[in-house]
Design a protein around this ligand. Structure first.
Ligand SMILES: [Mn+2]
Length: 260
């Protein structure tokens, strides 16, 4: 099987790792949106923001859509293994294949059964969220109605709250939840839910990806959606940087950097 050694090393690196990553302070943190088979985007991030000097948080969705899913996954896995203190790989819905399959899934559908089992198994160990003590939470999609950050630690893979994190959309409508869920089966959350959950978790900013149609800033600048892959019409190939010397009031205090 291809990449068996790499998969075993990644499994070792992720074994016992928390579902909620606590990000270190004192270094710039670079949030990277969906890379979706765009290995060149990942290469540019690693070159421009070397891990060590920077903490890199990849927000999930590494495979499908773009032309180089396996190459992208291999590069990200190596980076995570080589830089455990500086590279965080969050789980996106495309890494939750073991819990929820979907279509189209050009990467997953072209693997052999052994490869599919090995990759979906190791990727199901990825963390769900990353917290920065300035009051920032990074996830792939949305935030479920949890009472505390610690609750995220114990969320079962495949549960409705897990699904909110990896599949969830945000909407400007206050009552979007029921409405959109009926239409798309992607859980959707509105402004009221955002206000409640960020107050309960004492969050100033939420950084996420997943939803190419979302405005870059929502909810008075407190929710930032960042995209890095060119798989969505070549738009928004950027990352967002949290600088350690800049106070964080909203997500507008992160610097958006165009990768070109
Ligand atoms: Mn996604």
């Amino acid at each position: 099987m291809r990449d068996a050694h790499l998969i075993a090393s990644l499994e070792c690196a992720l074994d016992g790792a928390p579902r909620l990553e606590r990000l270190p302070t004192g270094r710039p943190v670079v949030f990277v949106g969906d890379t979706h088979g765009d290995v060149e985007a990942t290469q540019r991030v690693l070159t421009r923001f070397p891990p060590g000097e920077h903490v890199l948080v990849f927000l999930g969705d590494y495979v499908d859509r773009g032309p180089a899913s396996l190459e992208n996954l291999v590069l990200l896995a190596r980076s995570r293994i080589d830089h455990p203190e500086s590279v965080v790989l969050l789980m996106g819905n495309h890494e939750g294949w073991a819990a929820t399959s979907f279509s189209p899934a050009d990467f997953w559908e072209t693997l052999s059964p052994e490869e599919e089992e090995a990759w979906s198994g190791v990727l199901s160990l990825l963390p769900f969220a990353a917290y920065h003590p300035q009051g920032l939470l990074a996830v792939h999609g949305a935030i479920p109605a949890v009472e505390s950050l610690e609750e995220i630690e114990g969320l079962p893979l495949g549960s409705p709250d897990w699904k909110a994190i990896v599949w969830g959309d945000w909407s400007d409508a206050s009552d979007a939840e029921a409405e959109t869920a009926l239409v798309t089966s992607r859980p959707a959350f509105g402004a009221d839910h955002f206000a409640h959950v960020t107050e309960r978790l004492e969050l100033r900013a939420v950084v996420r990806s997943h939803q190419p149609t979302a405005p870059t800033h929502m909810y008075d600048g407190r929710c930032l959606t960042v995209f890095t892959s060119h798989a969505y019409g070549g738009r928004r190939r950027q990352v967002a940087t949290l600088h350690p010397d800049r106070p964080l009031r909203t997500a507008r205090d992160l610097e958006l950097v165009d990768l070109g």
